[in-house]
Write a protein that binds this ligand. Sequence first.
Ligand SMILES: Cc1cc2nc3c(=O)[nH]c(=O)nc-3n(C[C@H](O)[C@H](O)[C@H](O)COP(=O)(O)O)c2cc1C
Length: 190
Amino acid sequence: MPTPNPEALHFLQTRRSRPAKTLTTPVPDRETLLPLLTAAARTPDHGKLEPWRFIVIDKPAMGRLADIAQARGEALNLDPMQVTKGRSQFDQGHLAVVVVEVQKPSPKVPPLEQTYSAGAVCLALTNAALAAGWGANWLSGWVSHDREFMEQGFGLAENERIAGIIHIGAETSAPPERPRPDVTALTTWL
Ligand SMILES: Cc1cc2nc3c(=O)[nH]c(=O)nc-3n(C[C@H](O)[C@H](O)[C@H](O)COP(=O)(O)O)c2cc1C
């Protein structure tokens, strides 16, 4: 018979993100963040390619990134609302981890599987932060798909892109529950 871990299962069945704009200080310091990154890196990874890495954004870096987002939004002629939205996650953020997808050449592991693994790291990091008692939220926004922003803001190489920006901090309030999928309707047994 399987050996259950009811606490872990209960966590997975009730976990929910905390909206980034509700997160505040304190935030994890280097020593506190390391075990969360370690948990995130313990993610299925076909061929042990490690097709991801982390960039930590602290408060001073947030300010710089907000300015780069503003300049990029204007250069792209985006609607001013979009420009503001692009910079707001950095204006409001206190600490975030960029999960960078790093595509590795492999005769065996297709690029899509490396993308899936990077996405899994994003959820693993979000869950590790939540399990440690922090609030956490996986964000993207137009900035995270803009190649110029990736290069100017984070120095990403051609084979790299942003999988997710995981904001982590102290939670001020738990959000109301949101509707969850009807799993039975989504599941087919053959
Ligand atoms: C790839 C990805 C990108 C996301 N980007 C954003 C975003 O930019 N802004 C936002 O409000 N939510 C974004 N979300 C949604 C939140 O991370 C999260 O799914 C939502 O707050 C509820 O999550 P929960 O199931 O943990 O409660 C994104 C989710 C994913 C998977």
